[in-house]
Design a protein around this ligand. Structure first.
Ligand SMILES: C[S@@+](CC[C@H](N)C(=O)[O-])C[C@H]1O[C@@H](n2cnc3c(N)ncnc32)[C@H](O)[C@@H]1O
Length: 161
C-alpha cells in the first residue's frame, strides 16, 4: 500500500471507513484497505470511468477519497477535485499525490499554487500541501521523483460562512 496514504489514514482515522480511489490502477491500495476493514472501491479509465468528467459513485458516499499519480494526466484536472468533493461526506478527507512540475521524468504542469487554487475554488478547507523527493525502486525504474502531496477536508458550510 502507498506508504504516505497509510500514514495519512493512521493520522486521520481511528476506525476503518468508506474509501474511493480515483484512478485505482491495479487496485492494490483498494485491496489493502479492504484487508484493513475498510469498505473501499475504485474507478479508473480501465473500468470505464473517465475522470476528465465529473463522476458520482452510485454505491455509497465516502469519508476518504484519494487519488495517486492520475491528476497530472488529465485534460480537465479540476474535474477530479470536484469529483472528490462531491463524493465526500461532510468532514471527509481528500488525499492526493501526483508529480510536481519540477519532476524530470513526468510531464506534470502542477505545482503547490495550482493545487492550492483548485482545492480552494471547489470549497475544500484545512488543506496541506508538501513537495517530497521519492525514490522509485520499481524494477527498471531506479530514479528520484518530485512528488506533490496534498490533503484537504470537506467541512460543513456553516463552519466557515
Ligand atoms: C500511474 S497509474 C496510478 C495507479 C494507482 N493510483 C497507483 O498509485 O498505483 C495512473 C492510472 O490513471 C488511470 N487514468 C489515466 N487517465 C485516466 C482518466 N482520464 N480517467 C480515469 N483514469 C485514468 C490509468 O488507467 C492508470 O490506472
Amino acid at each position: 500500500m502507498n506508504k504516505d496514504l497509510q500514514t495519512f489514514i493512521a493520522n486521520h482515522f481511528s476506525v476503518p471507513g468508506r474509501a474511493l480511489d480515483l484512478g485505482a490502477g491495479d487496485f492494490h491500495d483498494v485491496n489493502a484497505l479492504i484487508e484493513l476493514g475498510w469498505k473501499a472501491v475504485g474507478v479508473d479509465k480501465t473500468t470505464g470511468v473517465d475522470l476528465n468528467d465529473l463522476y458520482e459513485d452510485p454505491r455509497m458516499s465516502f469519508n476518504l477519497v484519494y487519488s495517486n499519480f492520475v491528476i497530472h494526466k488529465l485534460l480537465h484536472p479540476e474535474k477530479l477535485v470536484e469529483t472528490a468533493y462531491e463524493n465526500l461526506d461532510t468532514n471527509g478527507w481528500f488525499f492526493l499525490q501526483t508529480f510536481h512540475k519540477s519532476d524530470t521524468i513526468s510531464s506534470s504542469r502542477l505545482d503547490e499554487e495550482t493545487i492550492a487554487g483548485r482545492l480552494d475554488s471547489i470549497g475544500f478547507k484545512n488543506s496541506t500541501i508538501e513537495v517530497l523527493n521519492i525514490y522509485d525502486n520499481d524494477p527498471g525504474h531506479g530514479h528520484w521523483h518530485r512528488v506533490l502531496m496534498a490533503s484537504a477536508q470537506k467541512v460543513a458550510k456553516e463552519c466557515y460562512s
